[in-house]
Design a protein around this ligand. Structure first.
Ligand SMILES: NC(=O)c1ccc[n+]([C@@H]2O[C@H](COP(=O)([O-])OP(=O)(O)OC[C@H]3O[C@@H](n4cnc5c(N)ncnc54)[C@H](OP(=O)(O)O)[C@@H]3O)[C@@H](O)[C@H]2O)c1
Length: 249
């Protein structure tokens, strides 16, 4: 039996790159997101490299959609060894007092409820089997309260508390949890948050203005896949990934 991974938000951005790199290393990868067409494109790219994946439409903010998708993964691949909680939604940068409730709901739905739904559904069997790994995509905004991203920053702080608390509850049980905190990464999500905002000139210092100054999603994905391997022999609680700052001319 192969090693089985689920990657949420695998249709584009960092999640797509994590899924492709895991498949290249021999993992059977379930690709979850709402947009099935894009997931199928990723599945096709993986198949071209002789990898194995399963594209599943799933809204992680919806509990029954999550249960249904996880049922299908178990049916196709068996026990789940690795969960990457990657899916997120970041509203366009804005001051809190100008924020829109509907945008906040989307962010909390995916970033908080998505991670809760996925983890609540998968963690019990990992604990029973005394084996499994869960990696959460946090953010620098999850440890640095970030203006223009107050609610998003709050959702990522929630993940920090969640991961720290679960780690204590399951300590010594054979299941490991880790959180990865990138800075700005050149993805469709970054473009949406930073460039669809009329006030992106007021953005926080640590968020690059241009995609070209951001981290490469392939590099961030390679760090995630790297810690998946290391977690077998070492407890990697968290990693921070920041872009290299180039000296000014
Ligand atoms: N990019 C950055 O600068 C940056 C910085 C720090 C941390 N991060 C974190 O890294 C992770 C990936 O970020 P990214 O920039 O690659 O994101 P992205 O480009 O916006 O991609 C988001 C992924 O999540 C999926 N998704 C969104 N809503 C969903 C839902 N309700 N259910 C299931 N899937 C959903 C999207 O597919 P569908 O739309 O088809 O559902 C897509 O596959 C996130 O956790 C993010 O917070 C990113």
């Amino acid at each position: 039996m192969g090693k089985v991974a689920i990657v949420t938000g695998a249709s584009y951005g960092i999640g797509k790159e994590i899924a492709k790199q895991l498949a290249k290393k021999g993992w059977e990868v379930a690709l979850l997101a709402r947009g099935l067409d894009k997931l199928r494109e990723v599945q096709f790219e993986i198949a071209k490299e002789n990898g194995v994946s399963l594209a599943l439409q799933c809204d992680v903010s919806n509990k029954s959609s999550v249960s249904e998708a996880i049922g299908k993964v178990k049916e196709a691949f068996g026990n789940i060894d690795l969960l990457i909680n990657n899916a997120a939604y970041v509203p366009p940068l804005h001051k809190f007092i100008e924020g829109e409730h509907s945008e906040w709901e989307k962010a909390i739905g995916v970033n908080v409820w998505g991670a809760l739904n996925m983890t609540r559904e998968i963690l019990p069997s990992m604990v029973n089997n005394k084996k499994g790994k869960i990696i959460f995509m946090g953010s620098k905004a999850g440890i640095s309260p970030t203006p223009q991203l107050a609610v998003h920053s709050g959702t990522k702080h929630m993940l920090e508390g969640l991961v720290g608390a679960i780690r204590q509850e399951i300590s010594g049980n054979g299941v490991s949890l880790s959180i990865v905190r990138p800075g700005g990464v050149a993805t469709p999500g970054y473009d949406h948050a930073v460039h669809s905002s009329a006030k992106s000139d007021e953005k926080p210092d640590w968020i690059p203005t241009k995609s070209s100054s951001c981290l490469d999603p392939v590099v961030v994905a390679s760090q995630v896949v790297n810690i998946v391997d290391i977690m077998d022999s070492a407890d990697i609680t968290d990693i921070n990934i920041a872009a290299v700052t180039t000296p000014s001319q």
